[in-house]
Design a protein around this ligand. Structure first.
Ligand SMILES: CC(C)(COP(=O)(O)OP(=O)(O)OC[C@H]1O[C@@H](n2cnc3c(N)ncnc32)[C@H](O)[C@@H]1OP(=O)(O)O)[C@@H](O)C(=O)NCCC(=O)NCCS
Length: 183
């Protein structure tokens, strides 16, 4: 019989203190550190839902809304928003807390598509998702729509690159911040 699970069974929180070794050249937390933590929390959340090892297939744009300061406590909240057959979309919200002031800032969010992998390293069926309230339905439908839009945009880009006429492109770039120096 097909298995279904609610996202509450796999929601995951990862919290870590931002120590000085995480600093970038500007003295704030390196974006790569945050991306690595996002990948870890997405893995844990997806694997709990799937009951199988999961790999990262794609990452939706990550916008860094505000910098994260050294000394802050960073917390990442991950929840399964959508499942397909073998893939899952994990929504991740990142907040940083200034421990002295007690202020909490939403620093970024993203959506990671993870794929469950079986013992033979092939994509494996994942349990369906139980939607218990309007919020669950909104997240599921938004993720489904994003998937459709991404597929459409990918196809548009493939068509563009396949049909690109470089001479017309040179004309199109006249107002861009580039200088064409082709002999
Ligand atoms: C992700 C991966 C397992 C997909 O394998 P595949 O043979 O292409 O599998 P399929 O074409 O059968 O697709 C399986 C599922 O993944 C989804 N998928 C595959 N590539 C995807 C991508 N780039 N973005 C989003 N979803 C993707 C498919 O939509 C499908 O979902 P569904 O079963 O829910 O409909 C494979 O590409 C892989 O191993 N990639 C490397 C993963 C990795 O190493 N990640 C760490 C980052 S370095």
């Amino acid at each position: 019989m097909k298995e279904f699970k609610h996202n509450s069974a796999s929601q995951t929180v990862l919290s870590e203190l931002m120590v000085p070794s995480y600093a970038n050249f500007g003295g704030r937390v390196h974006g790569g550190t945050i991306l690595s933590m996002m990948d870890k929390v997405a893995y844990a959340c997806a694997t709990k839902h799937a009951g199988n090892y999961c790999v990262t297939a794609s990452v939706e744009t990550v916008d860094f809304l505000t910098p994260v300061e050294i000394g802050d406590q960073l917390s990442l909240y991950a929840s399964v928003n959508y499942v397909g057959n073998t893939s899952l979309v994990v929504g991740i919200k990142v907040v940083s807390e200034n421990l002295k002031l007690g202020t909490v800032t939403h620093t970024n969010k993203s959506y990671f598509t993870m794929v469950a992998i079986d013992e033979d390293k092939k994509p494996a069926q994942v349990p369906g998702l139980i939607l218990r309230n309007h919020e669950d339905v909104r997240r599921f439908s938004e993720a489904k729509k994003r998937k459709e839009i991404n597929k459409y945009v990918k196809q548009q880009f493939i068509d563009f690159t396949n049909n690109m006429d470089l001479l017309s492109e040179i004309d199109n770039l006249q107002n861009d911040n580039c200088k064409i120096e082709i002999d």
